[in-house]
Design a protein around this ligand. Structure first.
Ligand code: ATP
Ligand code: LTN
Length: 326
């Protein structure tokens, strides 16, 4: 059976962008693939984190995975920081990665601009992501468009290692859905909807109050054309709402344009709010069942036991090929 894997960082409240880019895809694919989903807590500390916040966000993210329909019987769910082989492999891969490859990563360039005292972890972050994937012979990695560059690096590192030391790693493919590849900020639709965006009016969090969600969508930035047409360049706000509607209803962009051909922006925004609110209400109901439940620790225990065995096997193979004697 082919394998898929993805991870999200516990850096704050999960957004609709995270849901559409990663979680929704995992939910759909879990029935067809051997699925792995983890909390990328080691990645989270590449930018400063308060201890209590990190703990809280980690538990919340796990509860949200379950609330969104990630089934613990169909997925291996685990914590990245608990599996030592991720960082061990990362070091070996670091010694096979060029500084120039890392310093040109878009995410690094963006995030390092935000703080002059950025850490080395922010630079080496994509190598740890490569380890997360390469340890498990993963076929497909469901992520949003923003992670495509990191996946290309993962493929390059795997190919380089295989060429130098012999066939070791499977070359993974990104799995990026056609619709909703990148959900944009509602206030400023030219930037990505990100958990860490400062203006919270532009982001929809899965746990946001439902009335607030309606308000955010109804006041999303649009244009003065009054035509519901997909044109990300000239109509970024409307195109973003079309993307959201299309991915949550599984309709094509064409179908959405046709559905709203003689409708005004107010009617369209109301329809978008309705589908978002319906989804969020379901998730929030489920979330209450899982947050603070013992189930989470049991799931993590199962996940770590399984992934330690698998990751160790791959790591031992790598160590041997590199020339470590025991
Ligand atoms: P941060 O603000 O801490 O950088 P983030 O909101 O950008 O976080 P990540 O934890 O880095 O989110 O990403 C988790 C997953 O969600 C990744 O697969 C990423 O590609 C996807 N994702 C994040 N933002 C979006 C978005 N706006 N549209 C589609 N997918 C997204
Ligand atoms: N870098 C990703 C999170 C992440 C990930 C991974 C995703 C870490 N390791 C492995 C897929 C596969 C992010 O911030 N979105």
């Amino acid at each position: 059976m082919k394998k898929i894997l993805t991870g999200l960082q516990p850096t704050g409240n999960i957004t609709l962008g995270n849901y559409i880019g990663a979680i929704k895809q995992m939910k759909e694919l879990q029935n067809m693939y051997d699925s792995y989903i983890f909390v990328a807590d080691l990645h989270a500390i590449t930018v400063p984190q308060e201890r209590e916040n990190l703990r809280k966000n980690t538990y919340n993210l796990l509860a949200l995975y379950l609330a969104c329909g990630i089934d613990p019987n169909k997925n291996t769910i685990f914590l990245q920081s608990e599996n030592i082989y991720h960082t061990n492999l990362s070091w070996i891969l670091e010694c096979n990665t060029y500084y120039g490859e890392l310093s040109r990563m878009t995410q690094f360039k963006d995030k390092s601009k935000k703080n002059v005292n950025f850490t080395t972890g922010l630079l080496t972050y994509p190598i740890l992501m490569a380890s997360d994937i390469l340890l498990y012979d993963i076929d497909y990695v469901p992520v949003g468009q923003d992670q495509k560059q990191h996946l290309e690096l993962t493929r390059d590192l795997a190919e380089r290692f295989n060429k130098k030391y012999g066939d070791t790693f499977k070359i993974p493919e990104p799995y990026i859905s056609k619709t909703g590849t990148k959900i944009m900020d509602l206030v400023n639709p030219t930037i990505k909807m990100s958990k860490s965006n400062e203006n919270k009016k532009g982001i929809i969090c899965l746990l946001d109050d439902i009335d607030l969600v309606r308000k955010k969508i109804m006041s999303a930035t649009t244009d003065s054309d009054m035509i519901i047409k997909y044109d990300p360049e000239n109509k970024p706000g409307i195109s973003n709402l079309i993307n959201i509607y299309s991915s949550l209803t599984d309709k094509t962009i064409d179908e959405v344009e046709k559905e709203f051909i003689n409708k005004n922006y107010g009617e369209f925004k109301k329809a978008v709010s309705d589908v978002v609110v319906k989804l969020l209400s379901q998730i929030q109901n489920e979330y209450q069942k899982y947050v603070n439940s013992e189930l989470i620790d049991n799931i993590l225990q199962k996940g770590i036991e399984k992934t330690l065995i698998e990751a160790k096997k791959k790591y031992e193979d790598v160590k041997n090929k590199v020339g470590f004697i025991r």
